[in-house]
Design a protein around this ligand. Structure first.
Ligand code: ZN
Ligand code: ZN
Length: 170
């Protein structure tokens, strides 16, 4: 996914990429990527700097962190990068800031590859604890039944000893 900086005209230039997850080497142990990654990059800039406004869309599937049922995740994320040209042999440390979104490119660079940035943004957009629905009841810790679909009597049985003691007292 290369942005050809020479193609950038005055004003705004848009670049669109459709890349398969395999081609992007997109991999996460618990997630299966289902669709091509659609990336749109709007570039505004001058000779010395370019602002890349990137939005990404794809779809993935993982398992609900509570009940383990499959969950489809529509993924959308965005990031901005500011590419700044620097003089050849300039020391990066002199001009680089701590900000993630500033990238120094050599004056002679005619293109910038955003593949790695897009991959990172997608991985970061994955939810840590995906849920099939907000109020997923999860699995019963005792019998493993999916409590969204069935009810079990484990909780009742757990209460039983108390009831029997109460009964003894009566
Ligand atoms: Zn669930
Ligand atoms: Zn149970």
């Amino acid at each position: 996914m290369k942005i050809n900086l020479r193609e950038v005209e005055a004003g705004e230039t848009e670049f669109n990429f459709q890349v398969s997850p395999e081609e992007m080497d997109l991999f996460s142990p618990e997630v299966e990527f289902l669709e091509v990654v659609e990336t749109r990059v709007r570039v505004t800039g001058s000779e010395k700097q370019h602002l890349l406004d990137t939005s990404i869309e794809t779809k993935a599937q993982c398992r609900c962190s509570r009940c383990l049922e499959p969950v489809i995740l529509p993924l959308r994320t965005e990031f901005k990068l500011l590419l700044k040209s620097c003089e050849p042999f300039a020391k990066a440390s002199e001009t680089a800031s701590e900000e993630e979104d500033l990238v120094l490119v050599a004056d002679s660079d005619t293109s910038f590859d955003i593949t790695e940035r897009v991959r990172e943004a997608i991985i970061l957009s994955l939810p840590l604890k995906p849920l099939c629905r907000e109020d997923c009841k999860g699995l019963c810790p005792h019998c493993g039944v999916n409590l969204n679909l069935k009810t079990c009597r484990c909780e009742e049985q757990k209460l039983d000893p108390h009831w029997s003691k109460l009964k003894e007292l009566m």
